[in-house]
Design a protein around this ligand. Structure first.
Ligand code: 13P
Length: 259
């Protein structure tokens, strides 16, 4: 359906010490090096403090790095924050608007949009997370929520070529039970593409990679990737296990026929 890049992204969240991160990244690299799956960009998103050591560790590999968040300003009196400038040169990707930040840290629509713009201005590729809560879904508001998150998240982006969207329904994250592929495809092929075409145009909308996230593991990933409107996975828990994550990368290539 599209020429969007295929992605397998591991979001380690607030897990791993620096030493554990280095061991996990080395293990993933080793497992993918023997017989590298073609056509899939592997991305690891460790905690901030592990970005520099992993950048050195992975510099000759095909594995890219991503941050889990950023501050919209380039510098200043923002104690404890990390700016886009600091990430430049250390990673190519940055997760923006993850539901844990939207709901636990109370990040609003507007600040997510500012962060997306700051990332793109710094030459980083934002992975913009969108997704409804269970109560929003029960109220029949899933599509409207996702479309509003896209509209506000992309409000400062004239050229979305270097943007990735991740559909992560909040109710499927860490739940052990993912959304069904049909429910996901309804949003990724429906509301998300429609809103992207609305904001830009049809051809542009087809070129933007849309990932699924929420309890993805090697057993269920293929069913999601068989949906033409899904170009990869954003993996939480299973990405902390090198064998499982490497398997997900391989299954991504297999499902899309790029290997
Ligand atoms: P789980 O895969 O642990 O459900 O996490 C999904 C997620 O939030 C990835 O960003």
């Amino acid at each position: 359906m599209s020429a969007a890049t295929l992605l397998a992204v591991g979001n380690w969240k607030m897990n791993t010490t620096v030493q554990e991160a280095m061991a996990l990244a080395s293990d993933v690299r080793r497992r993918l090096e023997d017989d590298p799956p073609g056509g899939v960009q592997t991305v690891l998103c460790p905690p901030f403090i592990s970005l520099a050591p992993l950048h050195d560790l992975l510099k000759d590999s095909n594995i890219a790095l991503g941050a889990q968040n950023l501050h919209p300003q380039t510098s200043g009196a923002f104690t404890g924050e990390i700016s886009p400038t600091m990430l430049q040169g250390l990673c190519r990707y940055v997760i923006v608007g993850h539901s844990e930040r939207r709901h636990i840290m109370r990040e609003g629509y507007h600040v997510v949009g500012q962060k997306v713009k700051a990332a793109v201005d710094a030459g980083l590729t934002p992975i913009i997370c969108v997704g409804e809560t269970l109560s929003q879904r029960r109220q029949g508001a899933a599509e409207a929520v996702v479309r509003r998150q896209l509209e506000t998240g992309l409000s400062g982006i004239a050229d979305p070529r270097h943007v990735v969207i991740a559909y992560e329904p909040v109710w499927a994250i860490g739940a052990g039970v993912p959304a069904t592929p049909v429910v996901v495809a309804d949003i990724t092929g429906g509301a998300i593409r429609t809103e992207l075409a609305n904001l830009y145009d049809d051809a542009t909308a087809q070129k933007i990679a849309v990932l699924y996230g929420g309890s993805v593991n090697p057993e269920n990933v293929t069913a999601f990737l068989e949906q033409p409107s899904i170009q990869g996975a954003l993996v939480g828990g299973a990405s902390l296990d090198a064998a499982q994550f490497a398997q997900i990368v391989r299954l991504t290539a297999e499902a899309k026929g790029t290997d």
